[in-house]
Design a protein around this ligand. Structure first.
Ligand code: ADP
Length: 271
């Protein structure tokens, strides 16, 4: 990916709180995602993960605190001016638009010069392995292919920050492990891009993330590398959710985060 117009990278939550109708659903989150880092936000349903991601995207206004991208306070910027790419669980493609027009759509909103759009669409479809499907409609694609198009759409704006909200949870188990390896590959092809990856799935977090932020009940419980959290959980919650007290015998393999075993299954992320 060319970096001549690379957007701001690196995310900082500076004591970000969000409340709905008087209930705090995100409580004073302090967290930094470095440029080029994959941070998984891991926790059970309702723990505040999506709310945190939406605060970065600009869809939720914090009751207090600040969101910084590349060191710049963006708390008051509208979503289309933040230079982020976002992928959600349900793909959210426009059914009446061809793949190439779905990918081009986000760029129009972000005011990318019209003359640049075709090259960027081609580049993003190439990166996600979907170049051959440019003229198809979403209904002609499998779930995994639709999710690749959604990822291409997010990448086409050349974001400094990529937000992924449960991107694999609508896919079946086989597709999921293939897409996990693909996301790991994609990350290596996007140097400098910060990725915030929301998931309730321990294996996804352990496989993909450089660091994991463990959330429960609106609060950050723990943050660390997969190995640290698994071997030396700092809180009881982390131990029960990620660590060796977990029901799933998850083990980070000897090759570090490139290998994860759970039960008798070994999941390898190709180097
Ligand atoms: P997670 O992503 O961890 O499942 P969410 O951030 O989606 O959690 O939700 C955290 C809490 O905030 C939940 O209790 C949820 O019901 C509540 N919540 C989320 N969005 C809204 C909203 N728009 N209005 C009211 N409550 C909401």
């Amino acid at each position: 990916m060319r970096d001549n117009d690379q957007k701001l990278s690196g995310i900082r939550f500076d004591r970000v709180s969000v409340a709905y109708g008087g209930t705090t659903v995100l409580d004073s989150l302090d967290l930094t995602v470095e440029p080029g880092e994959v941070m998984a936000l891991l926790g059970p349903s309702g723990s505040g993960k999506t709310t945190a991601l939406r605060a970065v995207a600009g869809f939720v206004r914090p009751a207090s605190g600040r969101v910084l991208l590349g060191g710049r306070d963006v708390t008051d910027l509208p979503p289309h001016r933040r230079g982020i790419g976002m992928v959600v669980q349900s793909y959210a493609l426009f059914p009446h638009l061809r793949v190439e027009d779905n990918v081009a759509f986000g760029m129009r909103a972000q005011k990318v010069p019209k003359s640049e759009i075709p090259a960027r669409v081609a580049e993003a479809l190439e990166l996600t392995g979907m170049a051959a499907y440019a003229k198809r409609y979403p209904r002609e694609l499998s779930g995994g292919q639709q999710q690749r198009v959604a990822i291409a759409r997010a990448l086409a704006v050349r974001p400094g920050v990529l937000l992924l909200d449960e991107p694999l949870s609508a896919l079946d188990a086989t597709l999921r492990s293939g897409m996990l390896a693909e996301l790991a590959r994609l990350h290596r092809e996007l140097p400098g891009v910060s990725i915030l990856y929301v998931t309730h799935d321990q294996v996804e977090a352990l496989t993909l993330a450089d660091r994991i932020a463990v959330m429960d009940q609106a609060r950050l419980q723990d943050v660390g590398t997969p190995q640290d959290l698994y071997r030396r959980p700092r809180t009881e919650f982390t131990a029960s959710f990620v660590g060796n007290a977990n029901l799933l015998p998850v083990r980070v393999g000897s090759a570090g985060k490139d290998t994860v075993s759970f039960g008798s299954t070994e999941l390898k992320v190709p180097a």
